[in-house]
Ligand binder design. Structure first.
Ligand code: HEM
Length: 148
């Protein structure tokens, strides 16, 4: 099967429970880099712990937003360039809230972790490779929004 088919099939399973899987992704992210937690503030209020953050409705909305962006990328595998402008803008917004480009590699690791947890044995080396490729393309487009 093609890389595109592998992505679509695996994403179908992940997107059945987007919030649940998104929580797995972000729990891993906060384990790997606890300094990302204070970047999430709603009404200027910092979360006291990852647990508190992962239970907040506004944060769960951010998880839904992340999953929707990945969903859009999966739907436009043949032509990611039509998302370029949107992703570039999204990169700008993340720079504005204090995200560093380097953090997107930790997000990538957490994405692969979540995929492995969700897909189990179906997370083959080919599936992994296909996701690394897609995620790199998304990050590359978001990096276009970074001003140095
Ligand atoms: C918005 C932080 C990764 C997609 C935001 C906001 C914050 C934030 C603070 C504004 C508040 C909110 O909307 O909840 C972060 C951090 C990340 C991260 C710290 C990891 C280091 C991602 C990723 C994606 C994403 C990987 C998708 C690929 C979005 C979207 C919005 C958003 C779609 C809404 C933008 C808008 O209002 O137009 N993010 N984010 N985020 N984030 Fe993230």
């Amino acid at each position: 099967r093609t890389q595109q088919a592998l992505i679509r099939e695996s994403w179908r399973r992940v997107s059945c429970s987007p919030v649940q899987n998104g929580v797995v992704l972000f729990s891993r992210l906060f384990d790997l880099d606890p300094d990302l937690l204070p970047l999430f503030q709603y009404n200027c209020k910092r979360f006291a712990s990852p647990q508190e953050c992962l239970a907040a409705p506004e944060f769960l909305d951010h998880i839904r937003k992340v999953m929707l962006v990945i969903d859009a990328a999966v739907s436009h595998l043949e032509d990611l360039s039509c998302l370029e402008e949107y992703l570039c803008n999204l990169g700008k917004k993340h720079q504005a809230v204090g995200v560093k480009v380097e953090s997107f590699s930790t997000v990538g690791e957490s994405l692969l972790y979540m995929l492995e947890k969700c897909l189990g044995a179906a997370f083959s080396p080919d599936v992994k490779e296909a996701w690394i490729k897609l995620y790199s393309a998304v990050v590359k487009a978001m990096q276009g929004g970074w001003e140095v």
